[in-house]
Write a protein that binds this ligand. Structure first.
Ligand SMILES: CC(C)(COP(=O)(O)OP(=O)(O)OC[C@H]1O[C@@H](n2cnc3c(N)ncnc32)[C@H](O)[C@@H]1OP(=O)(O)O)[C@@H](O)C(=O)NCCC(=O)NCCS
Length: 344
């Protein structure tokens, strides 16, 4: 019998499972998510989020099933990514496709499933990361908004570069993009590493247009949230170089605040909701990002600095690393880059 927080789940006839054990539920699960997020007909969750929905990732898709009706009633998807920052690999678990069937909401099912997933996965990552506008909901589990994302738009007309799909370009072009990504993204930003399999999975995201420029690339559009957004790019001359080659093709999301000319508009938003973990591997990785040795004592993150003991909660710590922290432990914040093809 499955026990969640001491409650036998069979009392409720709801069972916890992972999608790899029930491949017959794949379509039903994707439909549940599309309904929960009011997907328009021309969009498909399994296309927009192919790296999450890929059958190889089915074991990371967590479900609650109503056994009496043979029905999926809740889903939390996870994707494990190794990020890199200044030579250190930092595991991050991305969470997405979080949904409960509308007929089953308000009974605490999301809480049951979400807490089970967090407990199961927390030892594997330094952070959890998710994207949602329901900040208060996730604050309850110590997820806080952090990471700066700069938005740029050129006022110059579009140079009308012909878009293509990643799956349709040559092997040489794909290799060049992977080199650009490593060189201009991984070497400058706290960002996900991408191996050959990761790039191969992007073949399936046919809802994102690829713009190849002489010195770089950008992906535009993906799903309902990223229409008109250049959300995943690499360029030898950064934002200015790319916008010079593209003109006004949309809003470019970047991890870096660049000095730009007057004909480029600039705005700032935050990346996503992060939860830092507290086990020893997480503390080692968080220490690397913070630049100070971090401990976890009496439910607080702690830095012993000079003769002082600085105590931080999860939100304070995220601010120290990614935003403007009250303790000013970092001279500058860690710039985070998560391209739209990796986000879930
Ligand atoms: C958000 C969603 C997953 C919640 O599922 P649920 O099973 O109804 O949630 P629960 O009953 O487990 O509620 C858990 C807690 O979250 C709170 N909560 C639930 N929905 C909320 C919402 N939309 N906004 C803020 N808080 C919410 C509940 O009040 C409860 O808090 P409490 O314990 O302090 O009372 C569900 O409404 C849904 O699928 N919505 C559509 C898709 C979506 O928005 N997904 C999440 C964003 S990524």
């Amino acid at each position: 019998m499955t026990l969640i927080q001491g409650v036998p789940l069979t009392f409720h006839t709801y069972e916890y499972a992972r999608l790899d054990a029930f491949p017959e539920f794949i379509d039903q699960t994707n439909s549940l998510i599309e309904e929960a997020f009011s997907y328009q007909k021309n969009f498909k969750f399994n296309v927009d989020f192919a790296p999450l929905t890929n059958t190889k990732n089915a074991r990371n898709r967590h479900l609650l099933i109503d056994k009496s009706k043979h029905k999926v009633i809740a889903h939390v998807g996870a994707r494990h990514k190794n990020f890199v920052w200044q030579g250190e690999v930092i595991p991050v678990t991305l969470l997405g496709g979080i949904a409960v069937d509308s007929e089953y909401r308000g009974q605490g099912l999301f809480q049951i499933l979400f807490e089970k997933v967090l407990a199961q996965l927390q030892s594997q990552c330094a952070f959890f990361l998710l994207w949602s506008d329901k900040h208060e909901l996730y604050n309850k589990w110590d997820f806080y908004l952090a990471g700066k994302q700069w938005c740029y738009r050129s006022l110059k007309p579009s140079t009308q570069i012909q878009s293509t799909l990643y799956k349709d370009i040559s092997k040489d072009q794909k290799e060049k993009m992977a080199v650009h990504y490593r060189q201009f993204v991984n070497q400058n930003y706290f960002s996900p590493l991408r191996d050959d399999t990761d790039w191969e999975e992007f073949n399936e995201i046919t809802s994102s247009d690829l713009l190849l420029t002489p010195e770089g690339y950008a992906f535009k559009n993906k799903g309902m949230d990223l229409q008109g957004i250049l959300h995943d790019f690499a360029h030898s001359n950064g934002v200015t170089g790319l916008l010079h080659e593209l003109g006004n093709e949309g809003v470019l999301w970047s991890a870096k605040n660049e000095i730009v000319e007057d004909d480029i508009l600039q705005d700032l938003q935050l990346v996503g909701l992060w939860k830092p973990n507290t086990h020893s591997m997480a503390l080692k990785k968080l220490s690397h990002l913070l630049g100070f040795e971090l401990h976890f004592r009496d439910n607080m993150f702690v830095v012993d600095k000079d003769d002082q003991t600085l105590k931080m909660n999860a939100e304070d710590l995220l601010n120290e690393i990614f935003n403007y922290g009250n303790f000013g432990l970092r001279k500058d914040n860690v710039p985070v880059y998560i391209g739209g093809l990796d986000s879930i």
